[in-house]
Design a protein around this ligand. Structure first.
Ligand code: TSJ
Length: 648
């Protein structure tokens, strides 16, 4: 309406805004991490998070996410509607500012607990800046308000009132710009997995995901929240006792815990969250949780004379077979993270609060459930006994200084590192003997070991554990890493701080990578969870030019990078294309792919535990039809998608 868009001339604010959004388009990765599929979906999370925040504040119980046929995506909530009132100094409606200025979020909200999933804390403006269009409809105060941006955030339809309504809420529809992203195809499965995780954490909020391209639709709504999350994770296990659930609040920190033990399970699975964002590397809340459980179990065992003269239980003894979900809501001003990313909670208060809370409540629970308590302590003592026996056997093997049979097999294949500083050693699993040879002469002999692989590894998804163990390649790999396998695998015993898969950048290489990842996922999952498994990124090109008998050169990792490299080297450049690792000489392989100072590595992560399980089964299982369909729909080997996570 006229009075709402009475702007006729450019102001300083307009110019600032324009520059802000242009900046996002110039350096999108700074705001969304990357311009691959991960980055594309960041746009979605950024928008959805706003709707989630509104629901978290108590407004609106349903959020609808729709992938439209034109490649756009919309998010609809039933909240109060984004404010449309005029902002004083800029003479712009608040909603317009929200979509056109960076970091404006805080100015318009006084929320206490906000989710902040975006790695870089970016705003709706970033999504707008990276879209062909962004269409905003707000149902508020009985009116349907509308405005529209096009071509990277240019306002083409100022705020107008389209009619009246009894509804309230916000509807945002945007279409990502293919000039920015390597792919603009939203993935239904990726969106579902993320949304399901949010739904587990937001008790009672209903999420609907619709894919109009293929007529698919799913609803996620969990009245029981993280309890249902845990029962989904443990669906295929043999539980020991019920799901234990605690919730409480202390100094404005709200906490929820779901805990369950399982028989025949020796792994420890803890998923922790702060303000609905996964804290993948744990932090103070997780440490407090572990300390609380350890003390509660030890005190109980001692008071009831269940240890019978044995030593105190270690934390690890108590956590074998444990699955737990920890969810904390921490007020904005108290939230702190460790490191650059938001993967590790740093808030010191969370440690003591959680520790005391868990100690008190778990102690109470044990006293109220004697049978469970006795079973649990028996299981812990078994773990303790096994741990002590394993340590003893290892010490003996070491003092005998004899090589075991498996160690002898590996000795002629493995080129070991000279250092015994395991944490700083790196194992390169290399495709093919010839690349293995190059890697052997190019490596840092002190800290890098090379294990060449011949041919395609066995598909461990479709064979039994016995057959896998008889396979020479895997037997060698297991003894090389030296930390056991399957239930007995202990990442703390790994002979390498980093295990790096290095294959050619072609489809065969990608297949080998997948087969190895499948193996690690099934038999050495804790290695992945501890962030010790990586994929090397060999460059695809080397751009060079001779100037005054000197060669200037630079490697390039993809086609976009290649264009940059050509510009940097300047007219007269020549390009080598590497079809495989074998086409590089030892120095080139070292400086481009192996040297920690110059290489690019991808850390393998299990972004979403539920989806990862599903994916591995679909991709590697026996049902070739499902598999082919999945591969056709999802696999893009030119691109690193959410199965992995970029580090350097
Ligand atoms: F729908 C959506 F998910 F796409 C989306 C919803 C996207 C964006 C960018 C924002 C929202 C959104 C924002 N939903 N609800 C709100 N609420 C507010 O911005 C709001 C409403 C009222 C008040 C108030 O104090 O009256 C304050 C705020 C922050």
């Amino acid at each position: 309406m006229a009075e709402n868009n009475a702007k006729t001339s450019y102001t300083a604010a307009d110019i600032e805004i324009l520059e802000g959004l242009t900046g996002v388009r110039k350096r999108p990765a700074m705001y969304i991490g990357s311009t691959n599929l991960n980055g594309l979906h960041h746009l979605v999370w950024e928008i959805v998070d706003n709707a989630v925040d509104e629901a978290l504040s108590g407004y609106g119980k349903t959020i609808v996410i729709t992938i439209h046929k034109d490649g756009s995506l919309s998010v609809l909530d039933e909240g109060r509607g984004i404010p449309v009132d005029m902002h004083k100094s800029t003479h712009m409606p608040a909603v317009q500012l929200i979509f056109s200025t960076l970091h404006s979020g805080g100015k318009f909200s006084n929320k206490v607990y906000t989710s902040s999933a975006g790695l870089h804390g970016v705003g709706s403006a970033v999504t707008n800046a990276l879209s062909l269009y962004c269409d905003v409809t707000i149902f508020r105060d009985g009116k349907i308000n509308h405005l529209r941006f096009e071509d990277g955030g240019k306002l083409v339809t100022p705020l107008e009132v389209l009619g009246t309504t009894k509804k309230h809420g916000s509807l945002i529809r945007f279409k990502p710009d293919p000039k920015i992203f390597s792919s603009v195809e939203f993935k239904y499965d990726t969106i579902c997995a993320h949304v399901q995780e949010s739904a587990f954490l937001l008790k009672g909020v209903k999420f609907i995901v619709i894919d109009e391209r293929e007529g698919k639709k799913v609803e996620y709504c969990y009245e029981e929240g993280i309890k249902e999350y845990l029962s989904t994770l443990n669906a295929n296990k043999t539980p020991m006792g019920d799901i234990i659930f605690f919730e409480g609040e202390e100094s404005s920190i709200k906490m929820e815990f779901a805990i369950q033990y399982a028989y025949k399970d020796y792994s420890e699975t803890i998923y922790s969250y702060a303000n609905n964002v996964r804290t993948r590397d744990g932090g103070t809340h997780e440490s407090g949780f572990k300390a609380g459980i350890t003390k509660a179990v030890n005190d109980y065992a001692e008071e009831n004379n269940l240890l019978k003269g044995k030593a105190k239980l270690e934390g690890g003894d108590i956590r074998e077979g444990l699955t737990a979900i920890i969810s904390l809501k921490i007020p904005e001003q108290k939230i702190e993270y460790e490191g650059q990313t938001k993967h590790k909670l740093g808030t010191p208060e969370a440690l003591t609060i959680v520790n005391n809370f868990i100690y008190t409540n778990f102690t109470y629970y044990l006293n109220e459930h004697k049978e469970f308590a006795v079973n649990l302590i028996r299981k812990c003592v078994d773990s303790q006994t096994a741990r002590i026996a394993a340590r003893k056997a290892k010490d003996e093997a070491r003092s005998n200084n004899k090589k075991s049979k498996s160690e002898m097999i590996l000795s002629d294949k493995l080129t070991p590192a000279q250092s015994k500083d395991y944490d700083h050693n790196e194992l390169f699993i290399v495709e093919g003997d010839s690349a293995g040879g190059t890697a052997k002469s190019g490596r840092d002999k002190i800290h890098q070991a090379i294990l060449p692989l011949r041919g395609k590894p066995l598909n461990t998804e479709v064979v039994t554990k016995d057959r896998m163990l008889k396979n020479e390649e895997f037997a060698t790999l297991i003894s090389t890493i030296g930390a056991g396998v399957g239930e007995d695998f202990n990442p703390d015993n790994s002979h390498y701080g980093k295990v790096i898969i290095m294959t050619d950048a072609d489809t065969d290489g990608a297949h080998i990578q997948t087969l190895l990842l499948t193996f690690f996922y099934h038999y050495m999952k804790p290695l992945i969870l501890k962030g010790k498994l990586f994929v090397a990124m060999p460059p695809l090109y080397r751009v060079w030019k001779e100037v005054n008998h000197k060669i200037n050169y630079r490697y390039a990792w993809d086609d976009v990078d290649l264009e940059k490299a050509k510009k940097e080297i300047g007219p007269g450049y020549k390009v080598n294309r590497y079809k495989g690792l074998g086409e590089m000489n030892d120095f080139q392989l070292w400086e481009s792919t192996m040297n920690p100072k110059t290489r690019q590595l991808l850390k393998v992560s299990i972004e979403d535990p539920l989806l990862a399980e599903q994916r591995v089964n679909v991709l590697m299982g026996n049902d070739t039809q499902i598999r082919r369909k999945w591969v056709e729909e999802n696999v893009n080997f030119n691109e690193v998608d959410s199965f992995m996570d970029e580090v350097k």
